[in-house]
Design a binder for this molecule. Structure first.
Ligand code: AMP
Length: 638
């Protein structure tokens, strides 16, 4: 079978090299551009995201077009950052490992110029450079570009954003007029268009996806929270995604440092990347991230330029970028090399307009997502743990010698108890942490109170505030309990699910009012819920639930005697979980507890989330458990 790269016109030496890198099939951008660029006779504009395989898209044709018998520079690749420069040079070195006498040099600031000059003097055919250092070397008359046949401008939009226009002009003026220019850009603002117009003749244009479009592999989501809840929201997202490997974008160096420090103190594997770090520090941070020894990289836009790390699962916009165009670059850090990724924005209600602007630019719609409840997080973590336990590789030889002692230790426990205890070991920490976790989603009421009416789409989909329309596929139910009963939305969710015997996943919007509330549930389970929801009392009061705007269900004045409130789980209280948690441990939760930072708000408080319906008073419960997510808030304020 002919190798697909050979079919595109790539020679055996190079095909073998990319095969070793694991490239089996060309990516779409490679498939389209390689045949065009191999002709060597066209200027070229490629609109493509980072991570789509564009280095090979231009690198492989270059290797075919260059005369490696000569040691003169024939290709110049300009890119915005040192990281990208190193990456491209490295990639091309890998592609050319079987190519006789191929020499590639990386020319970038912040490194010893003498070494770079030496390499140039020794003879190179391909120069990969950042503009500043390149100009420096040109200024020293240390390089001769008269034989340059190809100039690649990679991430052209970023180079212009970073103010390299003049430098690029100066550099290009030292190259021959008849060279071919290949420009790659993720977006096509007017300035990039201008370059294309000024420097190119009838360029072949290829667009991967629509213009300025974000990568198709990336899902875009936004969460609306109060400004002061941003950090808690970030943590909730991270906890809900135990395998997250993410870049978190902040606006300023200080924010970056601040968020990273808080995360580290809270036991997360995070670090900051910003311009105040020395090059050496930045390299160290990046290396840890590349090696996946760090889960969360907190970065500014500038510092994150050129971060090309594969398998980033999420990009989190802790703050939206000032320049809307930057969003494309940020989100492009995930969904690379055919992988899928999620780009998340944590915003306040006033920023929904900006989301609409971004949607227009990237030509994709965002999903307005709801932050998981504490219960959701606990469930996710529990099953993550179960999955890990199930799949862990057992080192039979090593564990064998301990087995009899382990068995002795467990002799008094049934298999079921042992499983329960293993599962609880880590689960308890999350339960403990999240038991009183507030609902962080900004409700329609919150927005209304602040005079912010939410965006039109949201209102359209979910109905006006207080209106009757449920989201498509959902039924809106009225229930005669609300905030005067000290219910939070989390409480109400558990209450409805436990008594109606439905899964929390079937519940949509919860509108908590004073003496009553509205709950949207999937229409498919509404009848089940109504049928199950019988004889429920709360504080001696009969709890009614009925379809909103319809005749009451399960009413009729029959006041059932006895009973009382049955408890959150239809009678069987969750045992052992809330409050009495295991606090040792080696992972995140344990470290967090260890940091002593979560118990700060052990007193009553009025904003709890999950309630244990044990009949204990709120104060008693708080005193007993002593931990709540609110702790982090007070910490942030202090
Ligand atoms: P780039 O956009 O050039 O930075 O490439 C993104 C990632 O995709 C890099 O890690 C490349 O090694 C990888 N890659 C590029 N082309 C291919 C291919 N044809 N098959 C598999 N991986 C690729």
């Amino acid at each position: 079978m002919i190798n697909p790269f050979s079919k595109l016109g790539i020679s055996d030496d190079v095909v073998n090299a990319v095969k070793e890198l694991g490239f089996e099939n060309p990516t779409p951008i490679q498939e389209q551009s390689i045949p065009v660029l191999l002709e060597g006779s066209n200027d070229f504009v490629g609109l493509a995201q980072t991570g789509t395989g564009k280095t090979a898209a231009f690198g492989l044709p270059l290797l075919e077009l260059i005369d490696f018998k000569s040691n003169k520079p024939q290709a110049l690749i300009l890119c915005p950052t040192r990281e990208l420069c190193l990456q491209i040079a490295n990639d091309i070195k890998n592609f050319s490992k079987n190519t006789q006498n191929a020499h590639v040099v990386a020319v970038y600031g912040g490194a010893n110029i003498m070494q770079q000059l030496r390499e140039i003097r020794n003879g190179v055919q391909i120069v990969v450079a950042t503009p500043g250092r390149m100009l420096d070397i040109i200024g020293r008359k240390a390089i001769d570009f008269t034989n340059v046949k190809y100039v690649v401008l990679d991430e052209a939009d970023e180079m212009l954003n970073m103010g390299f226009q003049e430098d690029i002009n100066d550099i290009l003026s030292t190259t021959p007029d008849d060279k071919k220019t290949w420009l790659f850009s993720a977006t096509m603002p007017p300035e990039v268009r201008r370059i294309a117009k000024n420097y190119m003749e009838n360029p072949v244009e290829l667009t991967m996806g629509t213009k300025n479009t974000g990568n198709v592999n990336i899902e875009h989501e936004y969460y609306i929270v109060k400004a002061r809840d941003k950090y808690a929201a970030l943590k909730r997202i991270v906890d809900y995604n135990p395998d997250i490997f993410a870049v978190v974008f902040c606006k300023t160096k200080m924010d970056t440092q601040d968020v990273a420090e808080h995360l580290i103190k809270d036991g997360y594997n995070a670090d900051a990347l910003h311009g105040d770090l020395s090059q050496q520090q930045r390299d160290k941070v990046m290396q840890r991230f590349r090696d996946r020894n760090m889960q969360l990289l907190i970065a500014t836009d500038v510092a994150a330029r050129g971060i090309d790390v594969n398998n980033v699962t999420h990009v989190i916009n802790y703050a939206l970028p000032d320049e809307i165009e930057s969003y494309t670059h940020r989100s492009g850090r995930t969904g690379r090399a055919g992988k899928t990724g999620v780009s998340i924005c944590i915003i306040n209600a006033k920023e929904t307009g900006k989301i609409r602007q971004i949607e227009r630019i990237i030509g994709k719609q965002f999903t307005k997502a709801e932050l998981p409840t504490g219960f959701d997080v606990c469930e996710k973590q529990l099953f993550g743990l179960i999955h890990r336990v199930h799949n862990v590789e057992v080192n039979e030889e090593q564990i064998d010698k301990y087995m009899s002692r382990i068995n002795d230790e467990f002799a008094d426990l049934s298999k079921e108890d042992v499983i329960k205890k293993f599962a609880s070991l880590e689960f308890n920490r999350f339960l403990e942490y999240y038991q009183n976790a507030p609902d962080l989603n900004l409700s329609a009421d919150d927005r209304f109170e602040r005079g912010e009416r939410g965006d039109r789409r949201e209102r359209g989909e979910r109905g006006e505030r207080g209106g009757r329309g449920a989201e498509a596929g959902y039924s809106r139910l009225f229930i005669n309990v609300g905030s005067v009963d000290e219910f939070t939305r989390g409480d109400l969710l558990s209450f409805v699910c436990n008594n109606g015997k439905i899964s929390g996943k079937a519940v949509g919007k919860i509108d908590l009012k004073g003496v009553f509330s509205f709950v949207e549930v999937e229409s498919a389970v509404a009848e089940t819920l109504l049928a199950n929801f019988k004889d429920v009392q709360y504080n001696g009061r009969e709890v009614r639930i009925e379809k909103s705007g319809e005749a009451p269900v399960g009413r009729g004045g029959e006041r059932r005697s006895g009973g009382g409130y049955r408890g959150g789980n239809g009678g069987e209280r969750r045992s052992g979980g809330y409050g009495g948690g295991e606090r040792r441990g080696d992972r995140r939760g344990g470290e967090r507890s260890g940091s002593g930072r979560r118990g700060e708000r052990s007193g009553g408080g009025s904003e709890g989330g999950f309630r244990d319906f044990s009949g204990r008073s709120r104060e008693e419960r708080s005193a007993g458990s002593g931990r709540r997510e609110g702790g982090e808030r007070s910490r942030r304020r202090s």
